[in-house]
Structures are given as C-alpha cells and as structure tokens.
Design a protein around this ligand. Structure first.
Ligand code: GTP
Ligand code: MG
Length: 462
C-alpha cells in the first residue's frame, strides 16, 4: 500500500506496566484485547486485508504493525507495551511465554537488579539512578512509538516498592518532560492486608506517596482493591477455572508467583480492556476526554463496576456466540443474577453515608443493538439504585461490538464514598512514619516531603 492511500492513524497509546502486579495486569489485558478480535495471543497476526480493517477498528493505535515476517505474508500485531520492573523475573516469564506477542523482545522490557524491598523511597531513588542513567527510557518509549504519544495506560500495585514508586516517577516524568499534551490513565491496585505479601506500615506510606503523585500527574486514576478481587474470583471460581489466561501459558515450573492471581487479573483485565476500547475503537470519545471528566472532582479517582465479572466461556478463542450473550437484556439478567462486580471495597452503607451530590460516572457500553431509550433508562435506574448519581452526571460511551463478541458494560464511578477507606490508610501511614523515617530518609524521602504528601492526600479524600 502506498503511503498516500494508507489511513492516517491516530497518535498511539502506550501501556507501561510497573512491578510484578503491573506486568501481570498489563499482559493479561493485552491477551484479552487480542481474544476480543479472535486473534491468537500466542501468535497474533493479521492474515487478510479484511482482517486488517477489522483489527484497526478494534485496536486503533495501541498495536504496532510491521511488514510481513511470518513467511506466509501475515502481519504480526505487536502491543505497544513496556514491562518495567527492578526484579527481572516477571517480565522474563511473560517474554518466554509470549515470544510472538512481545515480538520486539528486549525493547518491551526494562529491568534492574532486584526488587525495591517494598520501599517507595528506594524505588524512586533507583528509578532516578538506574532508569535515567543506565537505561534510556525515552529511547525505549520511542521504539514503541516514534510518533508523539496520545496517552499512557499505566497499571501497578500501590503497596509494593517498584510498581508504586516507578509509576509515580514515570507519570511525573511524562507529564513534566513532554511538550505535547498527553493523557495519563493510572490503574492502581490496593493490597489486601492480612492476606497479600505486603508490610502494612510501609505499604501505607507507599500508597500515600503514590496517591499524591496520581493526584498531581494522572488525568484518570482508577483504583481497585485486591480484597474485593479475591472475593469475586472465589465466588466465580468455577467459571474462571475454565477461562484461559496468560498464567496458563507460563512455563509450568515457574507459574507459582502468579497462579493465585489468575482470576483476579482476568477480572481487572476485563475493566482495563473496556477502558482501552472506549477510545481505541471508533467511538466519539477520545482518551483525552477522561482528562476533563475528572479534573474538577474531589477525589479525582474512579472505581470500576463491571458486568459481567468474567466473560462467559465459549466466547474465548474463535468460537462465535451465535447471537447469544450480547444484548442489553443479557446484561440486565446478569445483574439480576449478581454476575456483576464493583472492584473496590465499599458497600451500600458506605455509598449512602459518604457519597456526594456531585458523584458521577462514565458508562462504557458494548452491546448488540440500538441501546434505545428503554435500555438507557433501565441502566440508569440500576446505577441509581446502587449509587445516587443524577442523570446529568452520567456519560455514555457506546463501543462498537463485533460479531461473536459478548456484551460488556463497565461503569467508571467517581464517588466521594471511597474517601474513608483511603483515610484509614493515611492514618496508618502517619502513625508509622516515625519508625520508618530513617530507612526511607536514607533513600531520599524526607519527613517534610512525606508530610506534604500526606496532607495532599488527606485533603483530596476528606
Ligand atoms: N491482583 C494482583 N495483585 C498482585 C499481583 N502481583 C502482586 N500483587 C500484589 O501487589 C502487591 C505487591 O506489589 P508487587 O507488584 O508484587 O511489588 P513490586 O511493584 O514488584 O515492588 P517490590 O517487589 O516491592 O519492589 C501485593 O499486594 C500483592 O498481593 C498480581 O499479578 N495481581
Ligand atoms: Mg517485585
């Protein structure tokens, strides 16, 4: 195809994953995005020109295309994804299992010489040393997108060292370094204390410093909690067991570190892939619109509510659904059967007592059919039953659905009701600081800086 006849691609969106958790979530999301179009994640390729337009409509510029290399004229699809961790194990595992997906090999990864010891200050200090001196992060980003970047999708855990601090430093870096307007969307995961391998006191400090950076540098911050993901994964265990995931493809002798997170990560991947589809596919909604949505909100964070929690088996791979499970009616019936899930740990009384009059939501709708007045009204009613959100504060984004794809609705909710959960963590961080200030101070986090961060977070969530 000559350059002139090629369609003008929109500026690319990159996914930059940080730490063990971020890499697990990001890789699962790409697998999911590929399965949505019926591509084989182990060898994703465009086979025909019909395929090509279908794929372009689906992914927009989140995927790189290269000239045919598979011998048969097929064009490989390569995610614009960067996997970053101080500990090289997680990224290596993914690369080993998906050599054709992450076909740019070492260009997809940045790693250091071992974890950040669950210490945000150590992680930040090592980001500045190892990432900016030993690695040329700008150059590596340019490999994935020689063009100016439209936006970044950034998944990570907030309670550990590397993911929490690297995501903080990275979003600060892209927001302050670039002259081009770019949209940053962060997907931050809260640990389940008493279950996850995190240290309560230091994790609280890490979370506060990370949140402060999200407040300053992220345009669309989405929060999840492992507590609720674990519950949902358990509740839907039977179905999840049958759903293939990136974890099933890991070398058997190594899968241990991720095995327990399979269901949880599939659930999160469902929400992140809907988020990406909301602007990567042909919709009226651009990624930068999220920037305006949350700008004036306090707290400027959203939590996802998804229907269904995990897509039905049978939709995966190349089987077509034959017109089943893809209408609004199916969505409503799934909510009736409690096959939906709010991915943050608040309940009805939290919403009743702590929600605010300016709570709002962004409703991503992928269903077959017109999405007519009746269907809109029933969805609005369901949302009002759970969150007291006014009609005028609801935004609908209709995502085109392809044949054979199941219906999916993801509602990003901005509500004051999450405040008290975060303030509990802030209290823990404040009480723990005295015993950690020496250790964190060694790595360059001063008491003043920590206290400023704490104040910003408390102000944001109060
Ligand atoms: N849902 C989910 N949680 C994860 C996953 N991997 C780790 N976690 C959680 O993330 C938190 C720890 O963050 P990690 O991502 O392991 O840490 P890291 O960013 O690599 O940082 P350090 O290892 O401390 O340098 C804990 O709450 C874990 O339970 C994952 O794949 N999925
Ligand atoms: Mg780690």
């Amino acid at each position: 195809m000559s350059k002139l006849s090629a369609p003008l691609p929109p500026a690319p969106v990159l996914t930059v994953c940080f730490g063990h958790c971020g890499i697990g979530l990001g890789a699962e999301t790409y697998r999911r995005l590929l399965l949505d179009v019926g591509a084989d994640p182990l060898k994703p390729a465009i086979k025909t020109s019909k395929d090509e337009s279908r794929v372009l409509k689906r992914y927009g510029s989140t995927i790189l295309r290269f000239s045919p290399t598979y011998g048969s004229g097929e064009i490989p699809l390569i995610p614009r994804a960067l996997l970053v961790d101080l500990d090289p194990r997680a990224a290596n595992l993914i690369l080993q299992s998906y050599p054709d997906l992450f076909a740019l090999r070492e260009k997809h990864v940045i790693y250091g010489s071992g974890g950040a010891a669950r210490n945000w200050a150590e992680g930040r200090s090592r980001f500045n040393h190892e990432m900016k001196t030993k690695v040329d992060i700008k150059k590596q980003l340019a490999e994935l997108s020689p063009e100016p970047v439209r936006g970044y999708v950034v998944p990570f855990a907030m309670g550990g060292g590397t993911g929490s601090s690297f995501a903080s430093s990275f979003i600060e870096f892209v927001k302050t370094d670039s002259k081009d307007p770019t949209t940053v969307a962060t997907f931050g995961l809260l640990p389940e204390f008493g279950w996850d391998p995190v240290i309560f006191e230091s994790a609280a400090i890490n979370i506060i410093m990370n949140l402060e950076h999200q407040i300053k540098y992220s345009d669309c911050s989405v929060l999840f909690s492992n507590k609720i993901l674990r519950q949902l994964a358990h509740q839907h265990e039977k179905r999840i067991q049958k759903v293939p995931s990136i974890i099933d493809d890991l070398p058997k002798e190594h899968e241990v570190g991720w095995k327990d997170y399979k269901g949880m990560n599939l659930i999160v991947a469902n929400a992140i892939s809907m988020f990406i589809s909301s602007f990567a596919r042909e919709t009226e909604w651009d990624m930068s619109n999220y920037r305006t949505w949350l700008t004036t909100k306090r707290p400027k964070f959203a939590i996802p509510w998804i229907v269904p929690v995990v897509p039905e088996e049978g939709q995966w791979g190349k089987e077509l659904l034959g017109g089943k499970n893809n209408t609004m009616e199916d969505i409503i019936s799934k909510i009736g059967k409690k096959e939906d899930g709010l991915l943050f740990d608040i309940n009805e009384s939290d919403v009743r007592n702590n929600g605010g009059p300016k709570d709002s939501c962004c409703i991503l709708v992928k269903i077959k059919g017109e999405f007519d007045v009746g269907e809109r009204e029933s969805l609005k009613q369901i949302i009002k039953d759970k969150f007291n959100i006014q009609d005028s504060r609801m935004i609908f984004v209709k995502i085109p659905i392809m044949d054979g794809e199941p219906a999916n609705i993801t509602i990003l909710v901005n509500t004051k009701a999450i405040g008290p959960k975060i303030l509990e963590i802030a209290t823990e961080a404040e009480e723990s600081w005295a015993s950690y200030k020496e250790e964190y101070g060694k790595w360059g986090l001063s008491s003043d800086e920590f206290k400023q961060g704490l104040m910003d977070v408390v102000h944001q969530f109060s």
